[in-house]
Design a protein around this ligand. Structure first.
Ligand SMILES: *[C@@H]1O[C@H](CO)[C@@H](O)[C@H](O)[C@H]1NC(C)=O
Ligand SMILES: *[C@@H]1O[C@H](CO)[C@@H](O)[C@H](O)[C@H]1NC(C)=O
Ligand SMILES: *[C@@H]1O[C@H](CO)[C@@H](O)[C@H](O)[C@H]1NC(C)=O
Length: 648
């Protein structure tokens, strides 16, 4: 069942007795996910209590997935009344600790990226006979608004009990819960300020999970919601000398757009990729309004235009474009430089007052013909666009150098997105287009008189269904002087938004907004760092690192280390990057085996189902995974190498 019950009438959490997972040797006697969303900032705590029922020490594993966009902020283990807290350190310090442990031949854990939106956190600890261990992992993320909603994704495989509390001062306009057990009647069932999603599936329900196999979901719990908005200015919250402003007006006229698609048709796009791209483009063309203009360029080592200039989205032009999309030839080579410059030329030569221009590049490979040097392409493109419109880069599949696309987008006020090669790639493409399909404002400047240390305040375009978020400090916490204002262009008018009713929500607890500010600042510094070089890059890097350390965020610049008290032997858990450089030699001395392998090994080791070859095969691992001593045996140092979402 999923119950949505107002916080006030619901009592304490009672664990569902069906949730006892029993194994021959150990029990997860409690697993719980608790997520609190306050003002779009989600803090999720995953707690697992495991008992070793055996008469001998046993390695027990904790294994969860977290959203790629999130920062882990706490990890703790409790054993025998002792608490081991993770400490966030610089990568170098953590690496040093890791290397020391590895050189002693101790085993390594692993955390890796899985799927589109999640990454995996995995660690294990050896627990003495008849003892228990509690794992507790906390991560934080600011939910992004796209397509008119916020989305919170929670790992719940196999389905696990979860409580989600949503606190939005303005009230929740809808909550939708998807997952193995969603009930359709649930949608729109709630219009309360505080929502509580209570997810406690029974064993039968787990077996009949109707959408567990669904693309991109696999039984995860996905909660989407939006908040009520009553004025164009949005909500502003202040507390403790910090503020956060959520700006998402929707009752504005759409701005006609000029959109140019630059589509890769190199040989590697042949087959399913081009079929899906066509499907998406045809649907996109259908959605263009008659006052929109468009351009269509396809490229391999040569460029083919639909028309050499921007054309209006009339029925006739659209028909011609559809034909063009359906008949294209494939050559080898990928001249990204020439194609993007051509796209920029088309937009530059056709300025239309009161419109919004957008350039969209779709490619599945690196530049291989024409100019191929990344830096040269980036500087050419930057010069051609000159800040006049955003460039969005879609990287199709894994053969693209995503960092190159990402940097190029960020240099031109856009974003890069990965399109995963999957049966729904056409939906991913269309989904991305829909995010930018309805520009409502251009040249947005967020002004905060009396504010300082602001996150990004200038935005080139604002699209319906999205949201602009700015956080900052209020100088001397002087809320009297603090005056927020937004200035932007809507079609042909300059609009000014101000906090007309002067309402400021100061109900949030102390320190909370400061944390949100830190999260947003770190995220933006990490993006900014990509665009810089030399001493400037170092400066930004240092700032991001300091904030990560101060607020205890595990970012691409930091690692979390959990160490046991001095003097005891330690075990290390390491999280390598996907497609990383080869692992250091010492790593191979302690190969990581999968959970299944380990289980098989443990079974074979205890002589139940062992074949000789298996035992031989695992001989080296025996040395590493053999139980090391008596009582509370091993603790560990845990190192996480978390990748930034966009670097994956
Ligand atoms: C923007 O989105 C809102 C909510 O979905 C919708 O009511 C409104 O019509 C949209 N505006 C435009 C110009 O499409
Ligand atoms: C801005 O932040 C920095 C460090 O985070 C701090 O040292 C400085 O005092 C802040 N500036 C103001 C004006 O508060
Ligand atoms: C933001 O835009 C305003 C006005 O358009 C401009 O004066 C200001 O310099 C811009 N700030 C940044 C950081 O680009």
């Amino acid at each position: 069942h999923i119950f949505i019950i107002p916080t006030a009438v619901y009592g304490p959490t009672v664990l569902n007795p069906f949730w006892l997972i029993h194994d021959d040797d150990w029990d997860i006697y409690s697993f719980h996910i608790n997520s609190t969303v306050t003002s779009r900032y989600a803090t999720t705590v995953i707690t697992s209590r495991v008992a070793n029922r055996m008469n001998e020490p046993k390695e027990i594993e904790f294994h969860v997935q977290i959203p790629k966009n999130a920062f882990i902020s706490r990890f703790r283990m409790m054993m025998d009344g002792q608490v081991y807290d993770g400490v966030v350190k610089t990568k170098e310090q953590a690496q040093e600790q890791y290397t020391r442990a590895v050189s002693r031949g101790e085993s390594a854990g692993i955390v890796r990226s899985v799927g589109r939106t999640m990454e995996e956190f995995k660690t294990s600890v050896t627990v003495a006979a008849h003892k228990k261990v509690t794992f507790e992992l906390t991560y934080e993320e600011l939910l992004k608004r796209t397509h008119g909603k916020y989305e919170l994704q929670i790992y719940a495989r196999p389905m696990k009990p979860a409580d989600v509390h949503i606190h939005e001062k303005a009230g929740v306009s809808f909550v939708d819960v998807k997952g193995g057990l969603s009930t359709k009647a649930l949608a729109n069932a709630i219009t309360k300020t505080h929502a509580w999603v209570h997810f406690y599936p029974t064993v039968d329900q787990q077996k009949n999970c109707d959408s567990c196999g669904e693309e991109g979901m696999n039984g995860d719990l996905v909660i989407t919601y939006d908040v009520n908005r009553d004025n164009g200015f949005g909500d502003i919250k202040t507390s403790d000398g910090y503020f956060i402003h959520h700006f998402a007006p929707s009752s504005l006229p759409r701005i006609p757009k000029n959109v140019v698609f630059v589509i890769d048709r190199s040989g590697s796009m042949r087959g399913r990729k081009i079929t899906q791209t066509r499907t998406a483009l045809l649907r996109i063309l259908n959605d263009l309004a008659e006052d929109d203009f468009f351009g269509l360029i396809s490229f391999d080592r040569e460029i083919i235009h639909f028309k050499p200039e921007l054309v209006q989205a009339t029925a006739l032009n659209l028909e011609g474009a559809r034909d063009e999309i359906l008949h294209c030839v494939f050559l080898s080579g990928t001249d990204i430089n020439a194609a993007v410059l051509e796209g920029a030329r088309i937009l530059n030569e056709h300025p239309r007052e009161g419109s919004a221009s957008i350039l969209i590049l779709l490619t599945d490979g690196d530049p291989t013909s024409g100019v191929t040097n990344f830096d040269t392409i980036q500087s050419n493109v930057k010069q051609a666009i000159a800040g006049k419109f955003p460039l969005y880069c879609l990287g199709f599949g894994f053969d693209v150098k995503f960092e190159f696309l990402e940097k190029m987008s960020l240099q031109n006020n856009g974003v890069a997105r990965r399109i995963y090669e999957d049966s729904d790639a056409d939906l991913q493409l269309k989904g991305f287009y829909d995010e930018v399909a309805t520009p409502l404002l251009t040249d947005i400047t967020m002004i905060y008189v009396g504010g300082t240390n602001l996150t990004k305040t200038n935005f080139s375009q604002y699209y319906n269904g999205s949201e602009i978020v700015v956080a900052g400090e209020i100088i001397d916490n002087n809320v009297e002087i603090f005056t927020p204002q937004v200035v932007a262009i809507s079609v042909r008018f300059i609009l000014t938004f101000s906090n007309t009713n002067g309402s400021v929500d100061s109900s949030v607890s102390d320190g909370f907004l400061q944390r949100v500010w830190a999260y947003l600042t770190v995220k933006q510094l990490l993006e900014k760092e990509l665009l810089l070089s030399g001493p400037e890059k170092e400066k930004v890097n240092k700032e991001a690192l300091e904030l990560s350390l101060t607020y205890g965020f595990v970012t691409p610049l930091t690692s979390m280390v959990v160490t046991k008290p001095e003097g005891e032997s330690s075990e290390i858990h390491h999280k390598p990057k996907e497609r990383e450089e080869p692992l250091p030699q010492s790593y191979h001395r302690s190969p990581m085996i999968s959970y299944d392998q380990r289980r098989r090994f443990i079974k074979s080791f205890s002589g139940r189902s062992a074949s000789l070859s298996k035992q031989q095969k695992y001989q080296t691992q025996i040395n590493n995974f053999k139980i090391k001593s008596v009582e509370l045996i091993i603790s560990f140092a845990l190192i996480l190498y978390l990748k930034h979402l966009k670097h994956i």
